[in-house]
Ligand binder design. Structure first.
Ligand code: ADP
Ligand code: ZN
Length: 216
């Protein structure tokens, strides 16, 4: 059993790589971004509380995301391992994760840093959208669907969904939050001898196989 963090700026490809690893090896993906978007969609108290913060591109409080992760870690049946995607994002979250894993008798094995330069991140994020029924990712210039309103993969009509924070203003704030609050984790995990760097430029499959090499 292996526990893995995917670390990197918005648009680095964490979600895509996490999904592929889960499909291939049965990991459980824990994405705090997905959990928070779920909460927003359900109109829960939590969802209402975080909606504006997320739309602006700022970080929600450590307390909230640590609470979400704690609930999953203590309830999830899992024998293959966890992939943390978008968590931890601050040093306080990293400390909390270490303690939580210890409580359930586990440890962190690897932290994979996906690095991509800012210009490329902006290109990737501005114009991306997903099919809300199957999760397939598209991009208006680099990967458009064959028919503008139909998903190539599952055939659903009018299910394309744009993230509210994938606009230039919010993205600037998300990048700032990454460099200010999250990038110190690179040093933190390097110091703990867990950090592995992977170039996030390249095909999805190339990057996937580099990550698999780290796991094996
Ligand atoms: P990104 O593409 O920016 O990596 P995510 O889907 O991981 O996006 O997260 C979207 C938003 O959800 C973030 O901009 C932030 O507002 C909130 N969020 C997600 N995870 C965390 C976290 N660990 N700590 C604080 N805020 C978070
Ligand atoms: Zn689809």
């Amino acid at each position: 059993m292996k526990n893995l963090i995917l670390l990197g700026p918005p648009g680095a490809g964490k979600g895509t790589q996490a999904r592929n690893l889960c499909e291939a090896f049965g990991f459980v993906q824990l994405s705090t971004g997905d959990m928070l978007r779920e909460a927003k969609k359900d109109q829960s108290e939590l969802g209402k509380k975080v909606a504006n913060i997320m739309a602006r591109g700022e970080l929600v409080t450590d307390e909230i995301v640590i609470g979400l992760i704690e609930k999953k870690l203590t309830n999830e049946e899992n024998s293959k391992g966890f992939i943390f995607d978008g968590f931890p994002r601050t040093l306080a979250q990293a400390d909390a994760l270490r303690d939580l894993l210890e409580t359930i008798g586990q440890k962190l094995d690897h932290v994979v840093e996906l690095y991509v330069d800012d210009e490329k991140l902006v290109q990737r994020i501005i114009g991306r959208f997903t099919c809300s029924s199957c999760g397939e990712l598209y991009h208006k210039t680099t990967k458009p669907p064959k028919n503008p309103s139909i998903c190539d993969i599952c055939g659903s009509k009018d299910t394309f969904n744009y993230r509210q924070d994938d606009n230039e203003d919010s993205l600037k704030i998300r990048l700032l939050a990454y460099y200010r609050d999250t990038s110190p984790l690179i040093g933190y995990y390097h110091a703990h001898n867990k950090l592995r760097k992977v170039n996030g430029l390249g095909s999805v499959d190339e990057i996937q196989s580099k990550i698999r090499n780290i796991l094996s």
